[in-house]
Design a protein around this ligand. Structure first.
Ligand SMILES: [Zn+2]
Length: 156
């Protein structure tokens, strides 16, 4: 199947008039993505898991009607799905396509797993700095200086 045919097939499965399609989510992170997005908004939410992907082997796709991702949400998704592609749909067409940008720092987005970290003892907002590549990010707590290689686990 050529690329155009594949795209057409994916479009048929996920056709929406307006909203956001989050593609190239590493499997099986789709449900974590949904959890972060929240499902309180009106509109159809579709979760597709375990699609074949040349780039990732297996990928998940989340489609949310009438949703515009804020920067704060994108920052959270970045650690759960750094490979994700954001497609903004209007009038049944892709009007914007962008990769997720993994920020250099995260303030108040993550919880430090270290029970002795001051962020778990006093009401201090957490602050993490990214290390490693955007596709395989690790994060370091700037308070206790511990490095975490599974930052998706730290998203609150
Ligand atoms: Zn810490």
């Amino acid at each position: 199947m050529n690329a155009a045919k594949r795209a057409e097939k994916a479009h048929k499965v996920y056709a929406i008039e307006s909203g956001t399609v989050i593609d190239h989510i590493p499997h099986p992170m789709a449900l974590k993505v949904v959890e972060i997005l929240g499902v309180k908004q009106d509109g159809i939410l579709t979760v597709g898991m375990n699609f074949p992907s040349q780039r990732l082997g297996r990928k998940d796709i989340v489609k949310v009607e009438n949703l515009k991702l804020t920067a704060q949400v994108t920052d959270r998704l970045a650690l759960v799905a750094p490979t994700a592609t954001i497609n903004i749909i209007e009038g049944s067409r892709v009007v914007e396509k962008r990769p997720i940008h993994v920020p250099k720092t995260f303030r108040g987005l993550l919880r430090c797993p270290n029970p002795n970290c001051i962020t778990n003892i006093e009401s201090v907002s957490t602050h993490f700095v990214r290390e490693g590549s955007e596709s395989e990010p690790a994060v370091r707590c700037t308070y206790c200086e511990r490095l975490y290689r599974e930052p998706a686990q730290l998203v609150v």
